[in-house]
Design a protein around this ligand. Structure first.
Ligand code: S3P
Length: 441
């Protein structure tokens, strides 16, 4: 169904950031593996995360919701995971499916995995290849797309692995398999990616060591055969979801938006660094800590932006934020160039193609390149008036709706249902700020 975001002159208010998606997946997974009962608050109840919880439950953990955002997980501990009685359907979630392959690799079990049309078109060999080296068996064809079955092994062997892509999902899958492997698993990261697996595993009692390697790389080392112990944790706010609200505050002529309790972690903060380079003056107040992560309250008001060449060193730490960055670039003065971001081709959609189409249909000049795009900023509100094809991609849908709040004319999207995968409160939050987003063209 088509939904439309109509321009408004003022977006203002203070909201609590939804729980971080990456940390929420990991909380349910690690809690499900641990010995004992873990309690989480502020967990993101998006479809992606709920499916990870359902998968852990199907593998033998007890996963229970006790209130809004409150979950209690009793892990399998030394008993280990067992074969599920039904197919594990990960919906739209690359993180859930890929991390769970790593988890299941170290147990004596067979599981059938599937997902929605978007997930079934995404590459899984990036995870299967290292897991096969460790001892995983699978029925995936050469193209490595879901659906397929995997069979884990108690005799998994540790490996030393340097992922060819900058991917936290691949790193995490290998480390999680390494928990139950014989020997020390080492992941060599050429460029840092989000480090929630490393931080949270330590919170659950695992021992990891970090070594620097030639060329600025880092080795993450995890001895096999490590038990996890239960943990109580508050989930930090999601900087990727907060980015939409912050962008709304920057674009709104009388914008005044505060997002509370946002996780401030250098492996996730590239978007905020980039918008500051573009001329936004974001405010940040310390807000304590949650689950070993620093929290801040972020504040954004209207700012005239200037285009930038996004520094490639920021790409991994803002990999989910390029759709909303592209919207900001459309309002900026001058050109914004994104390079070194070829990983965007294999996200929930081909995000380079989807971003380019989103801007073009709204009258913005943009050039597509193999590893990014170049936006010619309109130096103010872009024309708008387009109907954006979301391609099953939540971040394209939310970005287009934010664009509509401040473009010259309304912006429509062909679907909003998949926003629930990562940010079920998005529409309610936008309404609180004063946005005018309605069903219909
Ligand atoms: C995630 C890693 C990133 C990111 C995704 C969440 C994670 O994917 O895009 O939304 O939680 O590990 P890649 O590892 O494919 O870059």
């Amino acid at each position: 169904m088509i939904w439309t975001s109509h321009p408004v002159s003022r977006l203002a208010g203070s909201l609590r950031a939804p729980g971080d998606k990456s940390c929420s997946h990991r909380a349910l997974i690690f809690g499900g593996l641990a010995d004992g009962t873990s309690r989480f608050t502020g967990l993101l109840e998006g479809d992606d995360v709920l499916r990870t919880g359902a998968a852990m439950q199907a593998l033998g953990a007890a996963v229970e919701r006790t209130g809004p955002g409150e979950w209690v997980v009793t892990g399998v501990g030394p008993r280990g995971l067992t074969s599920p009685q039904h197919v594990l359907d990960f919906g739209n979630s690359g993180t859930g499916s890929r991390l769970m392959m790593g988890v299941m690799a170290g147990y004596d079990l067979t599981a059938a995995l599937t997902g929605d049309a978007s997930l079934c078109s995404r590459p899984m060999n990036r995870v299967l290849n290292p897991l096969r080296q460790m001892g995983l068996k699978d029925t995936a064809g050469p193209d490595g797309r879901l659906p397929f079955s995997i069979t884990g092994s108690k005799a998994l062997q540790a490996i030393r692995y340097a992922p060819p892509q900058a991917s936290a999902q691949v790193k995490s899958a290998v480390l999680l398999a390494g928990l139950n492997a014989e020997g020390e698993t080492v992941v060599v990261e050429a460029k840092p990616t989000r480090d929630h697996t490393e931080r949270m595993l330590q919170g659950f009692g695992a021992k990891l060591t970090f070594r620097s390697a030639p060329g600025g790389a880092q080795e993450i080392c995890l001895p096999g055969g490590q038990p996890l112990r239960a943990l109580d944790a508050a989930i930090p706010g999601d900087p990727s979801s907060a980015a939409f609200l912050i962008a709304a505050g920057i674009l709104s002529p009388k914008g005044d938006v505060t997002v509370e309790g946002v996780m401030s972690n250098p492996t996730r903060s590239g978007f905020y660094d980039a918008v500051n380079l573009m001329g936004a003056e974001l405010g940040a107040d310390e807000r304590g800590e949650a689950a070993g992560e620093r929290l801040i309250d972020l504040h954004a008001g209207y700012a005239g932006l200037n285009g930038i060449a996004v520094p490639e060193r920021l790409v991994a730490s803002m990999i989910d934020e390029f759709p909303i960055l592209a919207v900001l670039a459309a309002f900026a003065n001058g050109e914004t160039r994104v390079t070194g971001a070829e990983e965007l081709r294999v996200k929930e959609s081909d995000r380079i193609g989807a971003v380019v189409a989103m801007l073009r249909v709204n009258g913005v000049e943009v050039e597509e390149t193999p590893d990014g795009f170049t936006v010619q900023g309109c130096g103010g509100p872009p024309p708008g008036g387009g109907l954006v094809e979301t391609r099953h991609d939540h971040r394209i849908a939310m970005s287009a709706l934010i664009m509509g709040t401040a473009a010259q004319k309304r912006v429509s999207v062909d679907d909003v249902s998949m926003i629930d995968t990562s940010y079920p409160d998005f529409m309610a939050h936008m309404k609180t700020l004063g946005a005018d987003i309605r069903a219909g063209a």
